[in-house]
Design a protein around this ligand. Structure first.
Ligand code: FES
Length: 73
């Protein structure tokens, strides 16, 4: 299985790289084209759970950093 990575974009979406399956709360699958997907973190997307670029216009600001508790090389 290939590694899946999630990158938190500053004041932007979660960028998921790798083969993943995304389902809604009812278990319905979303069709994901390719191995890269951006998931909305601002709450403003009209195509949730996917980012539609609205974060650039709605003033979303998320510059905080989590405390690293278990870093892998
Ligand atoms: S993070 Fe891009 S629209 Fe919400």
């Amino acid at each position: 299985m290939d590694e899946v990575t999630v990158k938190v974009r500053e004041s932007g979406p979660y960028l998921v790289r790798g083969k993943v399956t995304i389902t809604d709360c009812d278990g319905n699958r979303y069709v994901v084209e390719g191995d890269n997907v951006a998931l909305c973190r601002c709450g403003g997307s009209r195509t949730k759970p996917f980012c539609d670029g609205s974060h650039r216009e709605n003033g979303f600001c998320a510059t905080e950093r989590a405390t690293l508790v278990n870093e892998r090389a």
